[in-house]
Design a protein around this ligand. Sequence first.
Ligand code: FA5
Ligand code: MG
Length: 445
Amino acid sequence: MKMLIQSRSFALLRYPMIEVAASLSQSTVCVSSTFFRRYAIRRYTVSAPLPSSTTFSTKKLKKKLRQPVMSVLEIGGTKICRDDVVKDDPTNNVPDSIFSKLGLQLHRRDQHPIGILKNAVYDYFNKNYSSEFTKFDNLCPIVSVKQNFDDVLVPADHVSRSYNDTYYIDAQTVLRCHTSAHQAELLRMGQTHFLVTGDVYRRDSIDSTHYPVFHQMEGFRVFTPDEWEQFGMDNTTYAATELKKCLEGLTRHLFGAVEMRWVDAYFPFTSPSFELEIYFQEKWMEVLGCGVVEQEILKKNGRVNNSAWAFGLGLERLAMVLFDIPDIRLFWSNDERFISQFTGGQLGVKFKPFSKFPPCYKDMSFWINDSFTENNLCEIVRGVAGDLAETVQLIDSFTNKKRITSHCYRITYRSMERSLTDEEVNQLQSNVREEVQSKLNVVLR
Ligand code: FA5
Ligand code: MG
C-alpha cells in the first residue's frame, strides 16, 4: 500500500475564516466539502422554507418524478409523523424529498453496499479489538441543536449551524448532520468503546460524491492513564498514534492496496484532527474525519483524566471505492440491475454499470443578491429534478461596474436508469428557472 503523509497549507487550516473570506471574494468554481472546517463571517438570511412541493406542467412528469412519501414511520422506537418534520414555518427547512429518506436506513440492509460495508467494518473491530466496541445503528436521526452542535463544542457562529447548511425542524431541533451528535450521550451512559452508524442530513452541493442524505459511522475509544504511561507517551500522542494505527488497519482490511494520504484538518471537537483521502476516479477523495477528542468533552461527560480518539467515516464514499460505484445517487436506486449485483458478506464485487445514459447540460445566468447561496440553489434543483440532477456547477462569475455580481451555473441532468427526453429536460429546466427567480429573488439574465 502506498501511503503518502501530506500536510496542506497550515495557514488555511489554522485561520479558517481567512479561507472563507478568500473563497467568497474569488469567483471560484471549486466547491468545498469540508463542512466542519468552514467558519462563517457571512450572515445568512433565514430564508423561507424551500420547496417541498413542485409545480410540473404535465401530470405524467409529476408522476414519474415524485416519490411516494409515507406519512408515519418509526425509528429506534420513536414514532415520526410527516407533519412533525415538514412544517410550513420559517424555522423549518425540511422538504418532502428529505422526509422521504427518513427511516430507509440503507446501513441496516445486509444486501446493500452500505450495509455490507458496515458489517465489514464491524468484522474488523470484532477481530482486532475482541468485540470490545458496542454497536449502535438505530439511534433516531432527529436530535437537538445541543446534541448536534453544543455537546461537541461547535462555536455559536460556526457555518455548519446555519439554515444554509443544516436541516432544521424547528429552532431547537435538527436532522443530525453527523453521527458525532451522539458522542456525549453515549459517554454519559458509561460507554467507552462504541461505533454509531446512521443516516445524516446536510444541505450541500450536487455532484457525484455529495448527497443531502448519506451515512456515517462514528468510532469512539476512551483510554485511561495506565495505557499511555506504559508506553512512556503523553495522552494526546498515544491517542493519535492508536487512531492512525486503527484506521490504517481498517483501510487495509477493506481495500488491501489503495493509494491514500493523511491531511491535517480542523474539527471543533478534536485536536489534533486529520482527514483521510483515497485516490479514486483520478482525484483525491476525502473519506473520513478523525482526531483526538477535546478534553472538555470528556470532562463534561464523566471521563476526567482520560483521553480518547474519535472518527467519522463517510460510508458512501468508502463504498464507492470498494465497489467501484461511480455516482452517489446509485445507492438510492431501487433498480434490480443495481440491487442484484450485491450480496451480503461479499466485499470484492465490482459494480458493472448497466449503461451510460447521455447527459444533458443546461446553463443559467442570473444577477445574485446578498442572500444568495449555492446550497439554496441546489435545494431548488433537487426539489424539481430529484436524482435526475447530476451536477450543479458554477462555470462563470463576474461583477459589473455597479458592483452587482452575475453567476452562470451549468446543471447536468442525467438518469442512472434511462435516457431522458428533450421535452422532459426542457420542462425541468423551465421549472428550475421559475423557482430560482421566485424563491431566491435573483434576476435571470
Ligand atoms: C464530520 O462529519 C465529523 N463529525 C467527523 C469526525 C468525527 C471528525 C469524529 C473527528 C472526530 P465531515 O464533515 O468531514 O466530518 O464528514 C465526514 C465524512 O462524511 C467526509 O469525510 C465524507 O466522507 C462524508 N461526507 C461529508 N459530506 C458528504 C456528502 N454531502 N455526501 C456524502 N458524503 C459526505
Ligand atoms: Mg470533511
